[in-house]
Design a protein around this ligand. Structure first.
Ligand code: PEP
Ligand code: MG
Length: 883
């Protein structure tokens, strides 16, 4: 095997298909070079080397030296420059590049190849001494930070002091001599902090940088990012070594980042930022405020320096041509980095751009309409989980707003929360359940955990492509960036805007779609689901096979779910209706009763309440199946815990407080999840299920008479382990149905089925299917009972399990396909062997998880059932699973 892949100058050892091997950046550089775009020549060291580097105790095999030497020779051959040559030195950049982009996570070194001698050569060949020394000092600064791990603050400080000493305000005011002096100071800092002089041998520099890139794969920052984004640790990163081109060679040079469409709204317009006479990192670092690419964008934003279209019309036209070429080639929106060196355009990177959910939808629909992609591709392209961003409320346009300031609309969505000024505080307060807005001058990778914990992010500095903006969009957090009037005093934990002061803990609201920052909490409204969303959903519905139902029991949830396209109710948890404050007394009376007569008396009070609950749901879900699950939880959950409550209940139940406490103690269970719950309640106290069944059938008849449309009740028995249990319950339900139908003189269709929540039920599914019209996999309990992991206590240790790779994801969130999945497969096969038309669904939380839905498709369940807000996600995921 070889590890080095070249690109540029008519050579491409790889291509876009090699992302796993070359990383996204390396693969796309090779691809761009192969389609004739102007790419500075270079080479990629593959991700396989990263894996080997760690396997071999963080060292390189000898053979890599020769391969890298060949790679350098390739660059030298094309550029005509020589690495380390004092007369005409080749300079290179060294960057990381994993399979998927990990913004801000991995490190970059620019201008590598400069030393005390080659800097003179650079000055001579560029004819610009100032530029040469500025490049050298930048290189030392980056190298000291990224490769040597020295304190970058002290370098920043030295720069500030140098500027102050010279009375300069901007970096651009510094002269060649100023930069030369600062370089000497930087070298002194390196010697002081590292104990060795700054490496002058260009090959030592190169190997140091390559090692640092591979080393950064296992940095804490990278690990956190991977965990948050489900990126496996064994993918590794590639290293890209590429000839430098310079955007800081005067007024005809520039550097920029761009998107071929607006990544925030999806609008078809070039979108980006650039800086004249600047080097790559200047744009994203947010130190200078960048300029717009197009005239239209500049005008829309008000007065700002000339756009690229105005300042460099010819180069801009060339760039626009490249944008079009890239979009038709990749058939997707591209996120691009470019540099203009003395009027010549160079492409440094392209990749499919990250986008907000709103933009993803719009682009998918637009590109299908433009004929760039098919409708199926459009459906496949939108990440179902990202829809979550769109399904939540936005600011009420009618509500009053106390607007403090306006920044850039960096990531859409609205959020209110308490102001915090650092990531750790954000995380701490969020853990306590508080909504927080993280307010920073600008963000860096060290802030990721705080950004994740926050409901929204506000920065004083940085553009639309700043770290804060890019990361917030990726995470789906609303973000307002570059709110320039914001004066943050992080030490005093406050910020000022004009004469207003906002302190830590005070509530603000940000609107990432407009850039507005408001004092206090602004009310929100439900999202609009028409337009592109509706279109894409329609296309998705055409390709999906799985039906999508919802888990809901309140009328409001049922309406929301129906609005989101739910095709029925897959789980109505009746115990939630028992918790109702107005009914709890009757419920408690029922539990405390010592005989059947007492229980029946209490149940008689509950019957009309349950009946009206069901009637309302049947009406809302008219024409669709409604699965009602009979009572499931352990009875003691309904009992009082506090003294005052005991007295109240004792009175209502006509019992003494002591007797009541004794009864509560009797009901106590050591392991209630495995205790007296589910159909075990129905077996021991059949009158409870009888009342519920009666309520269901009476409500169904009532609604059928009232609306003329007969509801389709599916009565579901929980926590069944054996055929006999279900048989007993089914008899009871059928008898009740007959009685109700006889009384009302009207017959209705209904089904009786069971949940599969226990391994025994899954294994004996063949028998159980003899008495069951349907199975609904209750994967919350099935996961709990299969893994022997308590669903209520798992949080304490499951994170470690995921970190250590024991489970790829939390099995209560994403189905354990290997284990629990096998039981589902067995149950589905055995159930269908008995009854070919057995209806199969899933109603655990997994019914709303895209990966689990893909599994459900693979075992050909009939439907998934998800919570109301996840219904659209499930529709899209089901469509993707079918493609
Ligand atoms: C389940 O166990 O998956 C289920 C849907 O029921 P519950 O969560 O109510 O136990
Ligand atoms: Mg359950």
């Amino acid at each position: 095997t070889h590890y080095v892949y070249r690109f540029g100058g008519g050579v491409s050892d790889g291509g876009a298909g090699d992302k796993n091997l070359l990383g996204g950046k390396g693969a796309n550089l090779a691809e761009m070079a192969s389609i004739g775009l102007p790419v500075p020549p270079g080479f990629t060291i593959s991700t396989e080397m990263c894996t080997r580097y760690y396997q071999e105790g963080e060292s390189f095999p000898e053979s890599l030296r020769q391969e890298v030497a060949n790679g350098i020779a390739h660059i030298e051959g094309i550029t005509g420059k020589t690495f380390g040559n004092p007369a005409d030195p080749l300079l290179v950049s060294v960057r990381s590049g994993a399979r998927v982009s990990m913004p801000g996570m991995m490190d970059t070194v620019l201008n590598l190849g400069l030393n005390d001698e080659t800097v003179q050569g650079l000055a001579a060949t560029s004819g610009d001494e100032r530029f040469a020394w500025d490049s050298y000092r930048r290189f030392i600064q980056m190298y000291a930070d990224v490769v040597l791990g020295l304190d970058h603050g002290s370098f920043e400080e030295a720069l500030e002091i140098a500027k102050e000493d010279q009375g300069h305000f901007l970096d651009t005011d510094m002269t060649a001599d100023d930069w030369r002096k600062l370089t000497a100071e930087y070298k002194r800092l390196v010697q002081e902090q590292w104990g060795k002089p700054f490496p002058q041998d260009v090959h030592d520099q190169l190997w140091g940088a390559i090692g640092a890139v591979f080393g950064s794969w296992q940095s804490e920052r990278a690990k956190v990012y991977r965990r948050l984004n489900d990126i496996p640790g064994d993918w590794g990163t590639a290293v890209n070594v590429q000839a430098m081109v310079f955007g800081n060679m005067g007024e005809t040079s520039a550097t920029g980042v761009a998107f071929t469409r607006n990544p925030s709204t999806g609008e078809r317009a070039y979108y980006g930022e650039f800086l004249i006479n600047a080097q790559g990192e200047d744009v994203v670092a947010g130190i200078r405020t960048p300029q717009y690419l197009t005239r239209v964008a500049r005008e829309a934003a008000g007065a700002r320096p000339a756009s690229m279209e105005e300042a460099m019309p010819q180069t801009f036209a060339e760039l626009a041509r490249v944008f079009e070429l890239l979009e038709t080639h990749y058939r997707d929106m591209q996120d691009i980095e470019f540099t203009v060196e003395r009027g010549k355009l160079w492409m440094l990177q392209t990749r499919n751009g990250k986008r907000t959910a709103k933009a993803a939808l719009k682009m998918a629909v637009d590109m299908a309409d433009e004929g760039l992609i098919s409708r199926e591709q459009a459906v496949a392209r939108v990440d179902p989980s990202a829809l979550d961003q769109l399904l939540h409320p936005t600011l009420d346009p009618e509500a009053e707003r106390d607007v403090l300031t306006k920044g850039l609309p960096a990531s859409p969505g609205a959020a209110s929360g308490a102001v915090v000024f650092d990531a750790d505080t954000a995380e701490k307060r969020a853990e306590l359940g508080e909504a927080v807005i993280l307010v920073r001058v600008e963000t860096s990778p060290e802030d990721i955990h705080g950004m994740h914990a926050a409901k929204g992010i506000l920065t004083a500095r940085g553009g639309m492509t700043s770290h804060a903006a890019v990361v917030a969009r990726g995470m789906g957090r609303p973000c307002v960036s570059g709110a320039g009037t914001l004066a943050i005093d992080a030490k005093a934990k406050l910020f000022r805007i004009g004469d207003r002061t906002i302190r830590e803990g005070e509530t603000i609201t940000i609107d990432g779609a407009t850039g507005e920052v408001m004092a206090g909490k602004v009310p929100t409204v439900e999202p609009e689901l028409a337009g592109d969303f509706g279109t894409l959903m329609e296309w998705a519905d055409k390709v999906r096979r799985l039906r999508v139902r919802t888990n809901a029991e309140t009328p409001a949830d049922c309406r929301t779910a129906r609005g989101f396209g739910a095709e029925g109710i897959g789980l109505c948890r009746t115990e939630h209706m028992f918790f109702d404050a107005a009914r709890i007394t009757a419920v408690r009376q029922m539990i405390l009763a010592t005989d059947e007569k007492g229980r029946r008396a209490a149940l008689a009070k509950l019957l009309p309440e349950q009946r009206s609950d069901f009637a309302e749901i049947f009406e809302i879900m008219a024409g669709l199946p409604v699965t009602i699950r009979l009572l499931d939880p352990p009875l003691h959950e309904f009992l009082p815990h506090e003294e005052a409550e005991f007295e109240e209940v004792a009175q209502a139940a006509g019992l003494g407080v002591e007797a009541l406490k004794r009864r509560a103690a009797e009901l106590h269970e050591f392991n209630p999840m495995l205790g007296h719950r589910g159909c075990r309640l129905g077996v021991t106290y059949p009158e409870i299920y009888e009342m519920q069944a009666r309520a269901i059938f009476e409500a169904a008849v009532e609604v059928a008479e009232k609306t003329g449309e007969a509801p389709i009740p599916e009565v579901m028995v929980p926590l069944v382990a054996t055929r006999r249990e279900l048989e007993l319950m089914k008899d009871l339900i059928d008898r009740t149905a007959e009685a109700v139908f006889a009384e009302k003189g009207r017959q209705l269709d209904y089904l009786v089925g069971t949940m599969i929540e226990l391994p025994r039920a899954a294994l004996k599914a063949g028998e159980i299917a003899e008495v069951s019209a349907f199975f609904s996999f209750g994967t919350n309990d099935l996961t709990q009972t299969t893994l022997g992991v308590s669903r209520d206590d798992a949080g304490r240790f499951l994170t470690s399990y995921v970190d250590k790779g024991i489970f790829p994801r939390d099995p209560f969130v994403s189905l354990d396909v290997d284990g629990v999945g096998e039981l589902i497969r067995i149950a589905a096969d055995r159930g269908r062997a008995t009854k070919p038309d057995l209806k199969l669904g899933i109603c655990g939380e997994h019914g709303g998880d895209p990966a689990s839905i893909a599994f459900c498709e693979s075992v050909r369940l009939d439907y998934v059932s998800a919570s109301p807000y996840r219904v659209p996600i499930a529709r899209l995921a089901a469509a993707q699973a079918a493609l």
